[in-house]
Design a protein around this ligand. Structure first.
Ligand code: AHR
Length: 513
């Protein structure tokens, strides 16, 4: 069977923001403790307590942004507990998640703001901090931004210097709460509108007092998956402007208090490795809900601010299998099927590059759809890691429209059907075309014909999972079997490029100018 991807080079969508390839790391299970931070444990190489085997794998991916400390954890986190001499920091509850291998709901506070920002320096990644709205005050949030970014001498910036960083960190992204309709305080949308306005009003006072100078702090509001919630929140946010100067949201004018609006989307069908063939396909239908989530949020936002003024951030996304529970630190096996859903999610986001400003997969190490797994002595890549690596070549390119002709698996009881080939395309500044595509068919090869619309006479290709079972999952011993291989791309006389994509695999094709 053949499927055709027609690339409409002239129909550009927008620049694909590098931040789409972002990450999320929470104080949850073995993500931070064990995965990124081991302190004095010398079984793995460390720098300032941070485990360097994990860092080295993540460095290869050039990860652009890292969100921290939660998730649900963020709205019960008091950042001052995690600074200063480690032996003086309090040991506390972790209200939400078991941590480390001991299954204890305990937070030792060994990894705090300075450790996180050191990690970001090692990774050369932009930090994204989520402040506590649900159980805290604007004062605590203001103190945090002062500690991180203020360049004049105050008690807090003196403490930062005592803690080893005299220069301001220049943290750009500030999330005002997390899932504040749920674990982040169970606010009704209008209540969160009031809270958001109050927090952002004060944090905004710091926009002009940040260092380094090029850092302009950006604020992120938590959205919901329903229009009703989002609209009520936005209405209420605006309502606060009636009696004072300035425009909070915009109503057609530039937004002052909100730079990004976030949505979260998780999906599952069957278990992590135990799933029927029907469930194998069904998860793609569920993952495609992300497209509707972004479209709905974008159209609701467009009622309040000019298009493009406020970006949509998908700051938690990925597969969440039933095996991952709070008691086991949300650990699950990471399969080839999961990686294929990630490829589809990126195709969806590329097609919406005009509105999506960032995305953060949940979660970087050991938790949910992680990219790196660790034990006490080693760190290794998951299949999803390789999708990030392959798709990362789109970052910074201009997304262009594609027309995909392929068979569809119909699901009458889901919102979406499943096209058996998913793809997206982008063009570099040098007019080089990059196409990524996945064949979701469980056991049939698909001939993919790419109508590239250019002059190129040859192209190169890379394939992932050509010989892997979709149920195969990464372990320390087999991780190398998921490494990419090259694949032949045949050029025809009429400018079409042909690739034979193996079942349940992903390809990346580079077509020069
Ligand atoms: O990523 C795990 C949890 O999922 C996060 O803490 C929360 O924001 C979401 O519900």
């Amino acid at each position: 069977m053949s499927s055709t991807v027609t690339v409409k080079r002239q129909n550009s969508i927008d620049r694909i923001d590098e931040q789409l390839y972002g990450h999320f790391a929470e104080h949850l299970g073995r993500c931070i403790y064990g995965g990124l931070w081991v302190g004095e444990d010398d079984r793995v190489p460390t720098e300032d307590g941070i485990r360097m085997d994990t860092v080295e794998l993540l460095e290869e991916l050039d990860i652009p942004v890292l969100r921290w400390p939660g998730g649900c954890f963020a709205d019960d986190y008091h950042w001052k507990d995690g600074i200063g001499p480690r032996e003086e920091r309090p040991t506390q509850r972790n209200l939400w998640w078991a941590q480390g291998r001991e299954e204890a709901f305990i937070e030792p506070n060994d990894f705090g703001t300075d450790e996180f920002l050191r990690l970001c320096e090692l990774l050369e990644t932009e930090p994204y901090l989520a402040v506590n709205v649900g159980s805290s005050t604007p004062e605590e949030a203001l103190d945090w931004i002062e500690y991180c970014n203020f360049d004049e001498e105050t008690d807090l910036t003196r403490r930062r210097a005592e803690n080893g960083h005299s220069e301001p960190y220049g943290v750009k992204y500030w999330g005002i709460g997390n899932e504040n309709w749920g674990c982040g305080g169970r606010f009704a949308p209008a209540e969160y509108g009031d809270e958001y306005r109050r927090f952002a009003n004060y944090l905004r006072g710091f926009r002009n007092h940040l260092a380094p100078e090029e850092t302009d702090a950006e604020f992120i509001a938590c959205g919901h998956l329903t229009d009703d919630w989002n609209r009520t929140f936005l209405e209420q946010l605006n309502a606060g402007m009636e009696f004072g100067p300035g425009t909070f949201l915009g109503m057609g004018a530039p937004a002052e208090l909100m730079d990004h609006f976030s949505v979260h989307r998780y999906y599952q069908a069957g278990g992590d490795t135990e799933f029927s063939d029907e469930q194998y396909y069904r998860i793609f239908a569920r993952a495609r809900q992300l497209a509707g989530d972004i479209d709905r949020a974008a159209s609701t936002l467009a009622e309040y601010v000019p298009t493009g003024e406020v970006g949509i951030i998908v700051d938690e996304w990925g597969v969440w299998h039933p095996e991952a529970t709070p008691d086991n630190g949300l650990e699950q096996a990471n399969t080839v099927r999961d990686a294929l859903t990630a490829a589809g999610a990126f195709d969806i986001m590329h097609d919406r590059a005009d509105v999506v400003s960032m995305a953060n997969i949940a979660q970087t190490v050991n938790v949910l759809q992680c990219l790196v797994e660790t034990d006490e002595e080693a760190a290794w890549k998951t299949p999803t890691y390789h999708v990030f690596d392959l798709y990362n070549d789109h970052a910074g390119n201009t997304a262009v429209e594609t027309d995909i002709e392929t068979e569809t698996k119909v699901f009458h009881d889901e919102d979406n059907d499943v096209p058996l080939v998913s793809a997206s395309a982008s063009v570099t500044d040098n007019d080089e075309l990059y196409v990524t595509a996945s064949n979701r068919h469980l056991d049939e090869t698909r001939t993919l014909e790419i109508e590239a619309g250019g002059e190129a006479a040859s192209a190169s290709g890379t394939v992932l999972f050509a010989d892997s079972d979709p149920r195969a999952y990464s372990t320390k011993d087999n991780a190398e079997t998921f490494e990419p291989e090259s694949i032949a791309v045949e050029a025809t006389d009429d400018g079409t490029f042909v690739v034979e994509i193996p079942p349940a695999s992903v390809v990346g094709v580079t077509i020069p100018q």
